[in-house]
Design a protein around this ligand. Structure first.
Ligand code: 5GP
Ligand code: MN
Length: 331
């Protein structure tokens, strides 16, 4: 990343758009809103645009009510993208990860800035801060803000956004991507006023009763463990999700139960939607689910956490998944 050239570009620009990936998670929203506040403090006119809505447990973050959702506000989102001079692309590595919004960004005249931690970023960005070793994009936003000399602008609101991104992408500081630098950032965020348990409670302790019942149902009725291959599979159909009044985010983290079984090396969660099924993969050690998701499930992600989607029903998807496990990969 050529920080000097980027700073010059930002100094001479006034309109900035921040984008993040489809089905935005804590890191996507936390990174976007943190950067939003920093750039706004620098006098820029900033808009955050997300492809589709994010789960309700992220809505408390400061600035969230100003986010534009491409899916439901297409015209105003397209106008903002067209007029932008700089477009930030956060927490995704290629434009096909932002669905229909990708076409609008591709034809925009703005310079694009990638800040991301996924494997194999596309070369089609004007500026890139891409590190696969970073725990989260929020960690890279901190690094970016620090490199531009704006660390003093990280106030409590910004700290809450960054902490949300780091905490959710590291499984509360427990995944192997958690480094000394990750903890140093967390320490700094606490020093500027962040209260960790407040953020933790806002994210994790706001479950609806229906959500917990859905999780209970999935674990007791829809959980298979294949001890021979060390694979856990949990799948939910659309009608099962509807039975428990499914809301976006309700199945977040369910896949991790699969990986917590003794002997599990890989866990897969399948979530049926109207015309496709979404896959979440998690693995331990050397099992590369990014490769598996790319090769067989139209997806990608990281070595130990990836996702994908297939235009199949849940039963077809489970059959296909088992075929891949039994015949296409070695576990
Ligand atoms: P999750 O299972 O939490 O939805 O996603 C895990 C990781 O895989 C995240 O880093 C996410 O960005 C990535 N991922 C999820 N779904 C997809 C997908 O459809 N395509 C690609 N390329 N990556 C995905
Ligand atoms: Mn991330």
């Amino acid at each position: 990343m050529d920080y000097e050239r980027l700073k010059a570009l930002l100094d001479s620009s006034s309109r900035v758009v921040i984008t993040t990936h489809r089905s935005p998670d804590g890191d996507a929203i936390g990174s976007s809103l943190a950067l939003y506040h920093i750039l706004q403090q620098n006098g820029l006119n900033v808009n955050v645009i997300i492809p589709d809505a994010d789960p309700e447990f992220l809505h408390w973050m400061k600035g969230h009510d100003l986010i534009t959702v491409f899916e439901t506000q297409k015209e105003s989102a397209e106008a903002l993208i067209e007029k932008a001079e700089v477009i930030f692309c956060l927490d995704y590595n290629r434009l096909d990860r932002i669905a229909d919004m990708g076409a609008a960004v591709e034809k925009a005249s703005a310079k694009t800035v990638l800040i991301d931690h996924h494997i194999d970023p596309s070369p089609d960005f004007d500026f890139r801060l891409s590190k696969t070793t970073a725990s989260s994009t929020a960690e890279l936003i901190f690094e970016f803000v620090d490199a531009l000399g704006w660390k003093s602008l990280i106030n409590k609101d910004v700290a809450e956004c960054l902490y949300t991104g780091i905490m959710t992408d590291t499984g509360s500081f427990k995944f192997s991507s958690t480094s000394a630098y990750t903890h140093r950032i967390a320490a700094h965020l606490i020093e500027v006023g962040l209260v960790p348990d407040q953020v933790h409670n806002a994210i994790f302790d706001t479950n609806s009763f229906d959500r917990l019942k859905l999780v209970g149902y999935a674990l007791s009725k829809k959980f298979e463990f294949d001890a021979t291959h060390g694979v856990s599979i949990i799948g939910l159909s659309l009608s099962e999700k509807n039975r428990f009044k499914y809301q976006k985010g309700d199945t977040e983290g369910l896949v991790n139960y699969g990986l917590s079984v003794k002997g599990a090396q890989m866990a897969v969660f399948l979530s049926e939607e109207l015309h496709f099924t979404k896959f979440s993969f998690r693995s331990k050690g050397e099992i590369d689910v990014n490769k598996i998701a790319r090769s067989f499930f139209n997806g990608g992600g990281h070595k130990n956490a990836a996702g994908g989607r297939l235009d199949m029903s849940l039963p077809q998807s489970i059959k296909y998944l088992k075929d891949v496990i039994h015949h296409k990969i070695s576990l």
